[in-house]
Write a protein of this length. Structure first.
Length: 328
């Protein structure tokens, strides 16, 4: 029972959080942003944490989701959330296309390739009239139906994001304890050793990449529904990818609740710095992220949750006992 006491308390706290901060739009919005950040970081964690493939170009999937949501509204008049399935399908196809060649690369070469793809898509989107060019596109100014998901309060978004995050964490938990989870961890530890044992590393890395891209795209669609606007920088900007990486690494990459812990720390820190410094702190975000990356690499390579792992107790030192002998 003690094992489930703390997670159960977190679930109860998550459910009643909007009631505790009722009447405070700032804290309601902050709670929704934390969950949205946790969704994106948890999606990245599937390929970056469990499979060990550090993608720094996941913003391309986030932007696909955001733009798919706003495009179906602008050009078809549909509710923005109707574009979420379209964005997920496109992201899976894109992940399959770019994953086949890039996942053959190892280490920082793969990371550099993902950055290149994301930057290429960002530049192309800024020159596309269909996507609004550099000015971007906006969603419905006034809610037409409840499916537009245009709410005055952030509380409905909070519960929508919480449901999506719960589903994603449940899926990740199921994968983690299944065959695919064991294969991904084996690939992360040593891809050569995994191949020698018969693991099709290329195929399972691609599966993880496609699944990660689909849920990252969903996070982008939810972002558009909440903020109602997207441009090339807010959709495909590299800072979005960096946030996902830092959140997962801060809490613990390859750990189920690691991205959520990272989001609980990083999102409030970013919001507070933006609130108190305003435009003067525009570049401070990069400084903070850089400092966090250095600290993680130096002191906490396994993330904050590694501090709470149970370590096996050291066996007691054997006492030197004199050898017994029998006198003749």
């Amino acid at each position: 029972m003690k094992r489930y006491l703390f997670p159960g308390a977190l679930v109860v706290l998550a459910l009643v959080y909007p009631l505790l901060v009722a009447g405070s739009p700032v804290w309601e919005r902050l709670g929704a942003l934390v969950l949205l950040g946790a969704i994106g970081a948890s999606a990245w964690n599937i390929v970056g944490g469990y499979a060990g493939q550090v993608s720094v170009g996941h913003s391309v999937f986030f932007g696909f989701g955001a733009y798919s949501a706003v495009v179906v509204y602008t050009h078809l008049g549909w509710p923005p959330i109707a574009g979420a399935p379209l964005g997920m399908v496109l992201s899976v196809l894109l992940a399959a296309i770019i994953g086949v060649p890039t996942l053959r690369l190892a280490g920082h070469y793969f990371s550099m390739a993902t950055i290149a793809v994301a930057e290429l898509v960002r530049v192309l989107s800024s020159t596309s009239e269909f996507l609004g060019g550099a000015q971007g596109l906006g969603g419905p100014a006034m809610p037409r139906t409840v499916f537009d998901l245009s709410f005055i309060s952030a509380t409905p978004f909070y519960y929508i994001f919480l449901a999506v995050l719960a589903f994603l964490l449940g899926l990740t938990w199921w994968i983690e304890r299944g065959r695919m989870g064991f294969y991904l961890r084996a690939i992360k530890d040593s891809e050569r050793a995994a191949r020698s044992l018969g693991v099709s590393s290329g195929r399972y890395k691609l599966y993880a990449y496609m699944l990660s891209g689909a849920f990252t795209s969903l996070a982008g669609s939810l972002y558009l529904c909440m903020f109602g606007f997207v441009d090339p920088e807010s959709g495909f900007g590299i800072l979005i990818s960096v946030k996902m990486v830092v959140m997962a690494a801060l809490g613990g990459a390859g750990v189920l609740f690691g991205p959520l812990v990272g989001a609980l720390i990083l999102v409030p820190l970013e919001e507070l710095s933006n609130s108190y410094l305003g435009g003067r702190g525009a570049g401070l975000t990069f400084v903070v992220y850089g400092a966090i990356i250095v600290i993680i690499a130096r002191f906490l390579p396994s993330g904050l949750l590694s501090l709470f792992e149970r370590r096996p107790a050291r066996p007691p030192a054997a006492k030197n006992q004199p050898a017994s002998g029998h006198a003749d």
